[in-house]
Design a protein around this ligand. Sequence first.
Ligand code: ZN
Length: 158
Amino acid sequence: MLTVPPDKIENAITTKIAYTEFPTNIIGYKTMIDEMVKLAKSRNGVGLSSIQIGIPFRLFVAYDFDNFVWKAFFNASYCPLGNSKTFAAMEGCLTYPTNQNYTLTRYDSVYVEWDELTAEDVLAHRVKRFFGKTAQVLQHEIDHCDGKTVKMIGKLMV
Ligand SMILES: [Zn+2]
């Protein structure tokens, strides 16, 4: 059973997962993704980055509120859409105690690029616009991949 160890992720930058690792490591990644979703769900989370469990890959799982499914994102990055607006968000994080919430600024819409594991067990490059809650979760998780946590970029609510 995976756990979220404390103090694993401050400033940690993750590395991209190479296409050449597939399909040799496919079972390992699938198992890890399943375990990460289980762990996030068990903690009432809506996302979890592999760096949070001490694995420095650019990989996370997140709940897609638009399609009501959990998805795994490899090598993801984001940027705001041209007409994005920012808003004051409130977020917790599985790395920190459940009673700690942070306020920070998020974009209401983002353009995300990532690699997705297909049914044919290959990584396929994807680009998509995300809005609302899903956009917020993806910004949170991609920030983890870039070594940024809500504790660093937000303000603890008291
Ligand atoms: Zn987090």
